[in-house]
Design a binder for this molecule. Structure first.
Ligand SMILES: Cc1cc2nc3c(=O)[nH]c(=O)nc-3n(C[C@H](O)[C@H](O)[C@H](O)COP(=O)(O)OP(=O)(O)OC[C@H]3O[C@@H](n4cnc5c(N)ncnc54)[C@H](O)[C@@H]3O)c2cc1C
Length: 441
């Protein structure tokens, strides 16, 4: 039997998609920079079906790429070759309570927004958030170790994980879902976090809930230089230590593009830079007033006004996407290096190219977006990432390596480190069927 016939027998005819028009939405990324075409898209409806699909692929030596919400920014979930199959987890969307009620048990295709709704319904908080919340999935967020603004306080997706279920490249199913304090053997579940679909297919996860934070307030602050932002991060650590949940940053061009795209008016006077600070404390506005001094600031306490201030930050990816196809660099450096890195990157840009910067300033995580380049951009990717490495930074703070940065992995990882990764890949996926051509150079 052919692979497609086998897959139809497992998931049903309607869930093996060969029609190019339907397939098209699975064959590109959200930035428009990465696109391909696939053999077919297969959409299993249960974990048993995922295991059967992957098992059939293993028997027939069929390569596949795993796809969640398709919101990744490094091309990791885009098919690379016409003989590659897209395995979509979109039908696995259940979210339930753990038996002790303390955690959520979520299938891989459940979205971040579903986790927030489930947490709120239980009087709790799921402590991860970012603008793609309506589409980004549990599987994709674990596979990229997604972070977002709240990671400054609560850590990235890895910190929310209490258990995992995985289908291995062989089609075998393996799980550690008890949530117990447990050090018996290797902690392989966390190895799957950040594996970008190359070590196994995540099918279910046990995710931690936290008590809701105290009253929250958000401030959007106008600043005259990025150095003021770095000073502000330090200033906030003192009076507001323990209260700060997020410190994000964006530049004047981001503000301009968002205001055009969403028809908004800036909430403070025009400045070269803006910082969004969120605190949770008994007296959140008092904490902000003490830390922000006489800076130009708009403050919000109730949920609707807080969300309105976050919109200036959350809509940036969308607004940049509407302006062109960006080259995106998700990097991290020590706070003390940020100003120097930005001026070095600007120095590499040809005339006609435009740098737009935003990110999670508290974590030293900048999203550098360059518009106005040719699709391949010549050597600019290498030049910028080499500058990041020269500043002691990482070429991937939270989006992963995917296809976009695999040839640059050596800038951040030693050859011994890459050898360890290759050994892990060979042990878990000896025939290189999962996510071939991603992550590893
Ligand atoms: C507007 C916007 C804002 C964003 N903000 C942030 C942010 O603040 N922080 C952040 O970290 N990211 C951010 N992202 C990036 C993106 O949303 C995250 O990388 C997210 O985790 C991807 O989830 P997904 O379900 O869309 O995964 P996909 O894009 O479908 O896949 C991403 C990677 O995960 C793998 N994968 C997917 N599902 C599975 C699975 N079940 N098992 C194994 N591997 C799997 C894929 O093969 C691929 O390599 C943003 C994206 C957008 C569009």
């Amino acid at each position: 039997m052919s692979i497609l016939a086998e897959l139809r027998a497992i998931v049903g005819d309607g869930h093996v998609v060969g029609d190019p028009d339907v397939r098209a939405s699975y064959e590109h990324d959200i930035t428009g920079r990465f696109a391909g075409s696939a053999l077919a898209v297969v959409r299993p409806g249960s974990v048993d079906e995922v295991a059967a699909v992957v098992g059939a692929c293993a028997r027939l030596n069929q390569r596949l790429v795993v796809r969640g919400g398709g919101t990744g920014l490094v091309g990791g979930a885009v098919p690379l070759a016409a003989d590659e199959l897209v395995l979509s987890l979109e039908r696995l969307t259940d979210v339930a309570d753990s038996s002790d009620g303390g955690d959520l048990i979520a299938q891989a295709g459940a979205t971040l927004e579903q986790l927030h709704r489930a947490a709120t319904a239980r009087g709790a908080m799921f402590a991860l958030d970012f603008a793609a919340r309506g589409a980004a999935t549990v599987g994709g967020m674990l596979a990229t170790n997604a972070a977002g603004a709240l990671a400054l306080r609560y850590g990235p997706m890895r910190a929310q994980l209490a258990g995992i279920e995985v289908v291995l490249a062989s089609g075998e199913r393996v799980e550690r879902m008890s949530g117990l304090k447990d050090t018996a053997g290797y902690d392989w579940p966390r190895l799957l976090v950040g594996s970008e679909g190359t070590l196994g297919v995540i099918t279910r996860a046990r995710l931690k809930l936290r008590p809701p934070p105290g009253p929250r307030a958000v401030a959007l602050v106008g600043l005259d230089a990025i150095e003021d932002g770095v000073r502000l991060v330090r200033d906030l650590q003192r009076p507001a230590a323990g209260a700060v949940e997020a410190i994000d940053v964006f530049d004047a061009r981001s503000m301009e593009l968002v205001c055009m795209r969403r028809r908004l008016t800036p909430p403070v006077a025009a400045h070269p830079w803006y910082v969004v600070v969120q605190v949770a404390a008994d007296d959140p506005t008092g904490v902000l007033a003490q830390a922000l001094g006489d800076r130009d600031v708009a403050v919000a306490e109730d949920t609707a006004r807080r969300e309105a201030l976050w919109e200036y930050r959350d809509a940036i990816n969308e607004a940049i996407g509407a302006a062109g196809v960006p080259h995106k660099f998700d990097v991290s450096v020590a706070l003390a290096q940020i100003a120097s890195l930005l001026s070095a990157v600007r120095g590499e840009l040809s005339s006609g190219a435009e740098l737009i910067t935003f990110g999670h300033l508290g974590d030293g995580n900048l999203h550098l977006n360059v518009l106005g380049l040719e699709p391949e951009g010549g050597r600019i990717d290498a030049l910028i990432l080499e500058r990041v490495a020269a500043h002691g930074g990482s070429i991937s703070a939270e989006h992963g390596i995917g296809v976009a940065k695999r040839e640059f992995l050596h800038l951040t990882r030693s050859s011994q480190d890459i050898r360890v990764m290759r050994a892990l890949k060979a042990a878990l996926d000896p025939d290189d069927l999962l996510g071939r051509g991603r992550v590893l150079p």
